[in-house]
Design a protein around this ligand. Structure first.
Ligand code: SF4
Length: 304
């Protein structure tokens, strides 16, 4: 089946940027730079809120592994809850629990926290996958004689190096690895004041920092906001994120807007997508991108 997308907009020429001049594209990129100056002041990823993640070496990794298909805040609170149940999280305790034991704790914790509408079989998949990933991660660390903190040395890393180090863990796919790398980059550059995993490494290794260019992950929010600001609307955003042309377009646009840190596009679009650019009912009137959004303009024109 083709992964190419089919726009619902009747005026579409096959891609949201096909009928845009470079000046129009550049104008949007320039606007995003202004938006970023405002947004970065408020930048605070959900995991940065939870103090336990700054205190336990394994907590940021476990929170990261849990953070999929469920509410982010619940995922990041799980390590602290587990810590209270186990009387302390250690590598040995988790290995001893094994997949079955970790699964039982996960099941107990998520009993009242599942997303509404999540099917029973999807919950089962989550419990099986996540418990397996957590135990795999601990075995991986044990084999190498390191923790998620001591696996990093007291030196400067390239973003791509950190990305591939993180990708070694089962349960850290490309999107999560890029997300963590992004926050390591932002904290290294003082864009972000605190990030638990980074801060724990830095406390042990003062020279630790992450620099260099890495492309943003292409998730549903990124695809949705990118397409809509160029006037394209789709029914299936999930499918669109596999469209090779769209991925290339987003990467090129990210480099145009933020040549030094293309990852910023992910931060902006992810926040806008989550807060305003909802699937069927985007909150365009409140959205900070309203001024440059072709889809919002079309919607406004068709309703007057
Ligand atoms: S203005 Fe509306 S359609 Fe455009 S990015 Fe914002 S919420 Fe999405």
């Amino acid at each position: 089946m083709s992964s190419r997308r089919k726009c619902e907009n009747s005026t579409c020429k096959g891609s949201c940027i096909k009928d845009k001049s470079f000046d129009e594209i550049k104008k949007k990129a320039e606007f995003l730079k202004q938006i970023w100056n405002r947004l970065k002041e408020e930048l605070r990823p959900p995991e940065a809120e939870f103090t336990f993640l700054y205190r336990n070496e394994y907590a940021p990794l476990i929170g990261t592994i849990c953070d999929e298909r469920v509410r982010t805040e619940y995922a990041w609170r799980f390590p602290e809850w587990l810590n209270s149940k186990l009387g302390g999280i250690t590598l040995e305790k988790i290995i001893e629990l094994g997949e079955k034991g970790v699964r039982e704790y996960l099941e107990e914790y998520f009993k009242n926290k599942w997303p509404s509408g999540m099917k029973k079989e999807d919950r089962e998949d989550y419990l099986n996958d996540i418990s397996g990933y957590i135990v795999d991660a601990m075995n991986f660390l044990k084999k190498r004689g390191v923790t998620p903190i001591t696996m990093f040395e007291n030196r400067e890393y390239k973003a791509a190096e950190v990305y591939f180090m993180l990708r070694q863990f089962n349960g850290i796919g490309s999107k999560k690895a890029k997300m963590i790398t992004k926050y390591f980059l932002f904290t290294s550059m003082d864009i972000l004041k605190n990030y638990p995993w980074f801060d724990q490494i830095k406390a042990k290794n003062p020279e630790f920092k992450v620099l260099g260019v890495i492309m943003p992950p292409i998730d549903v929010h990124v695809v949705k906001v990118f397409c809509r600001i160029f006037g394209e609307n789709l029914r299936n955003w999930n499918k669109a994120k596999n469209d090779p042309d769209l991925i290339q377009d987003i990467e090129a646009f990210s480099q145009l807007a933020f040549p030094d840190i293309p990852m910023i596009i992910d931060e902006i679009f992810w926040n806008i997508g989550r807060t305003y650019c909802k699937g069927r009912f985007p909150k365009c009137q409140k959205c900070p991108l309203n001024e440059i959004c072709d889809y919002a303009k079309e919607m406004q024109a068709s309703s007057t």
